[in-house]
Design a protein around this ligand. Structure first.
Ligand SMILES: [Zn+2]
Length: 202
C-alpha cells in the first residue's frame, strides 16, 4: 500500500494542480465519455495509458480476458453486463472498444486449463470463449495458438455484444460503433480489427 500512497502524493503534488480544472469541470457538469473500453484486468494493459486518455474521456470495464458474456438478464450478478448497460443505455457512449492483448493469462488458462487454485470462477468465465480455443487448435505452435486465441476472444466479445438488444439496435441505427483492438505489451503496438475480419497496425 505504501507505493500506492506514494503515487497518490505525487498525483496530489503534480497531477492534481495540472488537471484541477478538468476534474472540477467534470464534477460540475458530469461526464460525457466518448467511448467505453472493455479490457483485461492485466496490470500491463491500462486503456488510459494506451489511448493517452484524459479523465472523463472514456469508461473502462476490466475483467479476465476482456470478455463480454452473452445477454442473459437473469438473477445472477452480471458485473460486465451492468457496466455495459450503464455506459450504453444511460450515458449513451457512441463508441465501444474491445481491447485484447498479447500474453493474456486468461487466454492461457483457456488453452491450458485453469489452475486448481483459480477453480471457483476463472474456468467458468473463460468458457465464454470456448469457440476461440477450438479455432486456435489449428495452429501448430503454442505461441501461434495463444496469439490466434487472443484475436478470436476479441471477435467473440464483439459478437456477444450484439446479443444485447439495446446494443444491436444502436449499432443498426448508427448511434453506436463497435471496434476490436489488440495491444502488444512487448512492443507497445496496437492492432485494430478491420471490416474484413483481419487485425492490422493502427
Ligand atoms: Zn489478459
Amino acid at each position: 500500500m505504501d507505493d500506492l500512497l506514494a503515487g497518490y502524493r505525487r498525483f496530489r503534488h503534480a497531477g492534481w494542480p495540472e488537471r484541477r480544472q478538468v476534474f472540477e469541470g467534470l464534477s460540475e457538469h458530469g461526464q460525457v465519455p466518448s467511448a467505453l473500453v472493455v479490457a483485461c484486468i492485466d496490470s500491463r494493459v491500462d486503456p488510459a495509458v494506451i489511448f493517452d486518455a484524459a479523465p472523463g474521456q472514456m469508461l473502462t470495464v476490466r475483467n479476465v480476458a476482456n470478455l463480454v458474456p452473452p445477454y442473459a438478464p437473469d438473477v445472477a450478478y452480471h458485473g460486465t453486463s451492468a457496466a455495459l448497460e450503464f455506459g450504453i443505455r444511460v450515458l449513451e457512449v457512441p463508441h465501444l472498444v474491445v481491447l485484447g492483448h498479447g500474453q493474456c493469462g486468461g487466454v492461457k488458462t483457456l488453452l491450458e486449463g485453469a489452475p486448481a487454485i483459480a477453480g471457483d470462477f476463472v474456468g467458468q468465465w473463460m468458457s465464454i470463449a470456448e469457440p476461440a480455443r477450438v479455432k486456435s487448435l489449428r495452429c501448430d505452435s503454442v505461441q501461434a495458438q495463444q496469439h490466434l486465441c487472443e484475436y478470436e476472444v476479441v471477435k467473440i466479445s464483439l459478437a456477444n455484444l450484439l446479443t444485447f438488444p439495446w446494443i444491436a439496435e444502436r449499432v443498426a441505427s448508427g448511434k453506436l460503433t463497435l471496434h476490436g483492438a489488440w495491444f502488444a505489451i512487448k512492443t507497445g503496438e496496437l492492432m485494430v480489427l478491420g471490416p474484413d475480419g483481419e487485425f492490422s497496425a493502427a
